[in-house]
Design a protein around this ligand. Structure first.
Ligand SMILES: [Cu+2]
Length: 156
């Protein structure tokens, strides 16, 4: 048989399989979604607070997230959200950007991924000012949570 005819048949099988998978097999939850919304969010590592501000963010599944992470400290931090493959160093007194689509529903932690010490370097050993004034804080306290909600499940 003509080899071009074979190529056409193989092509039809591959494309047809993709269409059939999309139409009949793929679950709603795994379908790529986009709300068309872009959320620009700034998260700041507050100077000598070992805190990401804000510590909680809520977005919709399918939102495109453009994150700006500001490091006010004179030493490096990191910013990671495992679920969306984000892991970046945030150098001292610098700002980084990260972009992703919030494809999964759930609560996903974000955290500092670079050992950055703790408040024992401060006079008194505790954080001054802010929400955690007077508390001992450090690298492992520098965490937050991203809530990704599903529009679909909430309207049911
Ligand atoms: Cu850290």
């Amino acid at each position: 048989m003509n080899k071009y005819l074979w190529l056409i048949i193989v092509g039809i099988v591959i494309i047809g399989g993709g269409i059939a998978y999309t139409a009949f097999i793929r679950s709603e939850e795994s379908a790529p979604v986009t709300t068309g919304n872009v959320r620009e969010i700034t998260i700041t590592a507050r100077k000598l607070h070992w805190t990401f501000d804000p510590e909680e963010i809520t977005v919709e599944r399918g939102d495109k997230i453009i994150l700006t992470v500001v490091n006010e400290d004179d030493f490096d931090h990191g910013f990671s959200i495992d679920a969306f493959g984000i892991s970046q160093r945030v150098p001292a007194n610098q700002t980084i950007k990260a972009e992703f689509v919030a494809t999964q529903v759930g609560d996903f932690p974000y955290y500092c991924s670079v050992p950055c010490g703790d408040s024992s370097i401060l006079p008194g050993g505790v954080v001054e000012g802010g929400a955690y004034a007077g508390e001992k804080r450090g690298h492992f306290d520098q965490i937050g949570k991203m809530h990704v909600r599903s529009i679909i499940s909430e309207t049911q």
